[in-house]
Structures are given as C-alpha cells and as structure tokens.
Design a protein around this ligand. Structure first.
Ligand code: AMP
Length: 173
C-alpha cells in the first residue's frame, strides 16, 4: 500500500478528546491488514538503514508499531511506560503535556552503551513524548540513531529540535 493510500485511511476526529484537538485515529490502519503490513514495512526499512539494535517505544500506541518492527528485524523492544508500571529499577523523565505533566520510565538494564536505538511512536505533536524517550535512552548511555513516527502534525513542526538525528515521518497532516 502506498503512503497516499495510508494517508487516506487515517480518520480525523474533530474535538476529541477535548474541544480544539484534531485527533488522528490510527485504528483503521490496524483493522486493515494490508495497511498495517505496509506501515511496519516502511518503519522497518528506515530502522534497518540506521543499523538499529533496539527500539524504544512509548505507551500505548508506540508499543503496537514497535513490536511489529522489532519482530520483523529481530531487534530489542524497550517499553517506555508511565510511572509505576515497570517492576525493575528504572530511569525516569518528567515532561509537559498540553495540560499538566507526566513521567515516563524505562528499565535501567534494558539498554547498554553499545545499543543503537530508534525511538518510534504513532504521532509527533509537540514532540514532548519523543524527546522524553530520547532523554531516557541517553540515561542508559545507548546512542539514539533515529526517530520514527507514523504521523507528524505540521502545526508543531518548527518546534522540533532533534539535532540532526535521522527522522522518518511517514505521513504529514
Ligand atoms: P506529543 O508528546 O505532543 O508529541 O504527543 C504525542 C503523543 O500524544 C502521541 O503518543 C500520540 O499518541 C498522542 N497525540 C497527541 N496529539 C494527537 C492527535 N492530534 N491525534 C492523535 N494522537 C495524538
């Protein structure tokens, strides 16, 4: 399936979950097997080009794409979870949401300094979530070699600073 076809499958839901947000619903990609396979293939091509040894994925939709690619490439999947969900020793980063703040954690022993990490998520808006995952990765001494997202929202584009790390944004809205 082409990127144009994928773009047409994403459903825009106005004013969800609160007024003023244009919510991009990725569920129709998951219920269309050809669309999901194409999405994973596009992610996997980029992530293998970066010679990644690991994927860091934030909950919850990052897990879906991260798991598909980790299986396809035979590389590690490291979950970045909300505070209190991971059972072993963690590193944590607090960051701002549009309203309030949140804390993401990863297991300290999930990555080593030799790991080459691509951070993956379904959507980049302010990039707060991706930047938190980058910070978490750096706390383990591993190297961030790429950032990959199914969707990026152009209204926030100028605010992204990824310091020349290779970036895959499959669909732009
Ligand atoms: P941000 O940290 O601002 O880049 O927000 C990214 C996270 O919030 C992603 O994990 C998305 O799942 C979710 N998100 C933010 N804005 C939207 C939106 N307009 N539609 C769907 N998901 C969104």
């Amino acid at each position: 399936m082409t990127k144009d076809q994928l773009q047409n499958i994403i459903v825009n839901i106005p004013d969800f979950p609160i007024k003023g947000i244009q919510f991009k619903d990725i569920n129709p990609i998951l219920t269309n097997p050809a669309a999901f396979q194409s999405t994973i293939d596009i992610f996997a091509k980029f992530i293998s080009e970066q010679k990644a040894t690991a994927i860091v994925a934030p909950e919850a939709r990052g897990f879906i794409f991260g798991a598909g690619v980790a299986y396809k490439l035979g590389i590690k999947l490291v979950l970045a979870r909300k505070k209190g969900k991971l059972p072993s020793k963690t590193y944590e980063v607090e960051y701002d949401l549009e309203y309030g703040s949140t804390i993401l954690q990863i297991h300290q022993d999930a990555l080593t300094k030799d790991d080459r990490v691509v951070v993956i998520d379904d959507l980049i808006a302010t990039a707060g979530t991706i930047n938190a995952c980058i910070e978490l990765t750096k706390k383990t001494q591993a190297q961030v070699v790429g950032i990959a997202s199914l969707i990026s929202l152009s209204e926030f584009e100028n605010k992204h600073h990824f310091n020349n790390v290779p970036l895959l944004e499959i669909l732009k809205f």
